[in-house]
Write a protein that binds this ligand. Structure first.
Ligand code: HEC
Length: 155
């Protein structure tokens, strides 16, 4: 697990680096692990939609994996606040954070629904079954919602 890499989290007050490595403990590692699982699904979807890898028939599974693992998001607030306050860094207020959680989860639910529809259409060889436009749009929406809290999700 990459715990040494700084995670950039942007909040309304600007962009800051959050280094989970410096704060590593089993609980922090666990939260990071779960979010990294989400990110792996995120990367898989990105790879498939950009055509770098094949397997469009797995899009719905990755969408679901992304969605279910980010169910941990509401539980990140307290440790996030504790860590930031300890190091004197600015924080996102409660309402903004939970609104961002809700909006990202709505976007992921929509992505799962869209990807499921796409994969079902493919397997039944329906008209338009290779058209990923809708899935791409739903994924772009998810990305923009992650960016409510992160400024950089690159490796
Ligand atoms: C509401 C704010 C918020 C949203 C929305 C959000 N995150 Fe996060 N994310 C966090 C916080 C806070 C942490 C740090 C958790 C900790 O330190 O315990 C985190 C941690 C992570 C990590 C772990 C980094 C590490 O320490 O290894 C990854 C990966 C990640 N998020 C990806 C995503 C992706 C992908 C999305 C969109 C699907 C997303 N996040 C949406 C707040 C958010």
């Amino acid at each position: 697990m990459k715990t040494s890499k700084g995670l950039i989290i942007g909040v309304t007050m600007g962009c800051m680096a959050l280094s989970s490595g410096a704060l590593a403990d089993p609980e922090t590692d666990y939260r990071s692990l779960v979010m990294q699982i989400s990110k792996s699904h995120f990367k898989a979807i990105e790879g498939i939609l950009s055509g770098v890898v094949a397997h469009p028939e797995t899009l719905h599974r990755h969408a679901k994996g992304l969605q279910v693992n980010t169910e941990i998001l509401p539980h990140l607030y307290d440790p996030y606040m504790k860590n930031r306050q300890k190091s004197g860094q600015p924080t996102m207020d409660n309402i903004t954070f939970f609104k961002a959680v809700e909006e990202s989860q709505d976007a992921m639910a929509k992505l799962t629904a869209t990807a499921t529809k796409f994969v079902e259409a493919r397997s039944h060889v329906k008209k338009g079954a290779s058209d990923t436009t809708e899935v791409k749009q739903a994924f772009d929406k998810v990305k923009s919602k992650c960016m409510a809290c992160h400024t950089d999700l690159a490796d």
